[in-house]
Design a protein around this ligand. Structure first.
Ligand code: B16
Ligand code: MG
Length: 216
């Protein structure tokens, strides 16, 4: 029986993935990398900021020190935060609010499990905060997806055993993390078929067969 749902943020609840891409693309160009593409960006989904930077630097033949890498990651985050200033409730993906309300009405605890250290700001600016019971994000963790830490902390925060939680994810790293935490998983987004989740859906979240999924 599923009693809690842990939602990934970027690409599941909100469309911030485009802003991540724009910020990384800008940094890449400043570093002389002109061929950073959407395909490369797919490898950054769900993984930490520093791992995402490595995806960019793989396209460069230059070697950088750890200090330089930290400065690059900070620079990208500043670009990203600048873009986040324009974030409004319009960035909330279709059907998300209806789904969160439906789950709450059914007594399901709702958590966010995101690698992003910008999660609090994103929830605030999009108006999603009142719909979420607990947040576990990059500010709480020491290891990033595919490590299950972010979801284990989310389950602890909503006071549920891992086995009673469902993870909703758009990244392969997130589905691996859910499985490692012994949680059920629902794969969504454009890559949903390739994620290896227990349940898959390309349709709107409210059209998912929640009766079946919540029965676990
Ligand atoms: P930040 P999620 C992830 O969010 C993004 O998918 C990933 O591309 C990003 O590198 C990571 O957050 C860290 O984000 O730089 O804002 O701390 O999909 O786990 O909600
Ligand atoms: Mg995501």
């Amino acid at each position: 029986m599923i009693k809690g749902v842990i939602f990934d943020l970027d690409g599941v609840l909100v469309s911030t993935d485009e802003m991540h891409f724009a910020a990384w693309k800008l940094l890449a160009e400043e570093l002389g990398i002109t061929n950073f593409t959407k395909e490369d960006n797919k490898l950054q989904k769900g993984v930490s900021r520093m791992e995402s930077l490595e995806v960019v630097l793989r396209k460069s033949d230059k070697l950088y020190s750890e200090a330089e890498k930290l400065a690059f990651a900070m620079r990208k985050n500043n670009y990203y935060i600048e873009l986040l200033q324009d974030l409004t409730p319009d960035a909330v993906l279709a059907d998300v609010i209806e789904t969160l309300e439906m789950l709450r009405n059914r007594g399901i605890a709702i958590a966010v499990g995101s690698a992003s250290k910008n999660t609090p700001m994103i929830l605030e600016k999009t108006g999603l905060k009142p719909y979420i019971d607990q947040v576990s994000c990059g500010l709480d963790t020491t290891k990033s997806k595919p490590d299950p830490e972010v979801f284990i902390i989310a389950a602890e925060k909503i006071n549920l055993p891992n086995e009673e939680c469902l993870v909703v994810e758009d990244s392969a790293a997130g589905i691996v993390a859910a499985k490692a935490a012994h949680m059920k998983s629902l794969g969504v987004g454009p890559e949903y078929k390739q994620l290896g989740a227990d349940y898959e859906s390309l349709t709107l979240l409210s059209e998912v067969d929640w009766d079946k999924i919540l029965q676990g």
